[in-house]
Design a binder for this molecule. Structure first.
Ligand code: GTP
Ligand code: MG
Length: 325
């Protein structure tokens, strides 16, 4: 007899269990452990099969990207920011919102190959019985630590596979000081491979270390801007529940410096703490950050076809009555 889930219409993707939110389906109470004679050989075969599944539900490593790249070229969104800036919590909140029925305006959730990873992040944000939130541990700072979280999204007939590349802020600080630092390999990879960036500004650090935190943020911003090649960046003021406690002059100066470096990039304030229900910083802006980048990345690109000729010859320099416009 075949093993199967007893839960009718279980919406879990193939190979995953909705109750366990992982590929640990044999632990689910709805799992029918009816292997007939339960022979060791058969059990072994089942195990071998599950080991040969190409994905486990855990965050992807760079070598796993090919699993989703067969359908379309996946979009990589790089999470950039200093240590403790709020990168991992942002991802935990994004999944928490989607899981709880909040939606993007234009995109709908169409699956994920890293559900276990997302769920682990979201668990940290759950309010504990004592009313506190634990938050995810600091992301490991090994230069070879990668964690890519996958979302498949759909807009009309268009499918997009999106990978959010999280890494340690400590590593990004090393990279910001020296892009060739040998301990910043994953930050380098994220910068090189990402199609767009979420640049996190830590409001709490600006309250606690004002000028020093501002310098650190600007050093990283300048390094990100150095070789963007048109890739979109969204500036996100994280922990915006405390943003009003930042010294006004620091906040204004940093906003001006960031807009000089990133031009007209969109700016959002987000928080993982909701003061009202619904709360703009938490329920709306966290989704809006990703949606903004998705819109940017899926807009048809305008290509300038007019060659830039510069010559002393007036005839060659002539661009018509309206110039290049
Ligand atoms: N006030 C406030 N604090 C927050 C919020 N989100 C996160 N924090 C705090 O910020 C800390 C760091 O958040 P993380 O998301 O782990 O930061 P990170 O950028 O992933 O840090 P690294 O992994 O070290 O790079 C958390 O442990 C919380 O204490 C928020 O919305 N408001
Ligand atoms: Mg982290």
């Amino acid at each position: 007899m075949r093993k199967k889930c007893s839960k009718p219409d279980c919406p879990a993707p193939k190979g995953l269990c909705i109750e366990q939110l992982s590929n640990d389906f044999p632990k689910c109470q709805n799992w029918l452990g009816t292997l007939g004679d339960q022979s060791v050989e058969k059990q072994k075969r089942v195990n071998i099969k599950s080991q040969t599944l190409p994905w486990t539900g855990e965050p992807f490593q760079p070598s796993d990207i090919e699993i989703v790249s067969q359908r379309s070229v996946p979009l990589i969104i790089g999470m950039v920011g200093s240590a403790e800036a709020g990168k991992t919590s942002y991802l935990g909140m994004l999944y928490t919102l989607l899981f709880n029925g909040f939606i993007f305006e234009d995109w709908s959730f169409a699956g994920s190959c890293t559900l276990s990873g997302w769920e682990t992040l979201a668990q940290y944000l759950k309010i504990k019985p004592d009313g506190n939130v634990e938050f995810a541990p600091t992301t490991p700072a090994n230069p070879d630590y990668y964690s890519l979280y996958h979302l498949a999204l759909k807009r009309g007939d268009l499918f997009r596979d999106v990978l959010f590349a999280d890494s340690s802020g400590e590593v990004f600080n090393l990279w910001a000081e020296d892009v060739k630092d040998q301990n910043a390999e994953n930050a380098r990879w994220i910068y090189e491979k990402s199609n767009a960036f979420i640049f996190m500004v830590d409001s709490m650090a600006l309250i606690e270390r004002s000028g020093a935190a501002k310098n650190e943020i600007m050093q990283m911003a300048e390094q990100v801007a150095a070789n963007l090649k048109g890739r979109p960046v969204v500036v996100v003021w994280a922990k915006a529940d405390v943003i009003d406690k930042i010294r006004e002059n620091i906040k204004i100066a940093l906003s001006e410096d960031l807009s000089q470096v990133f031009g007209d990039s969109q700016i959002f304030e987000v928080s993982n703490f909701s003061k009202t229900d619904p709360d703009i910083l938490c329920h709306k802006n966290n989704l809006a950050v990703t949606e903004y980048l998705l819109t940017q990345l899926n807009e048809p690109k305008v290509i300038k076809l007019v060659p830039q000729i510069s010559s002393v010859d007036l005839f060659l320099n002539y661009r018509g009555v309206y110039g290049n416009e």
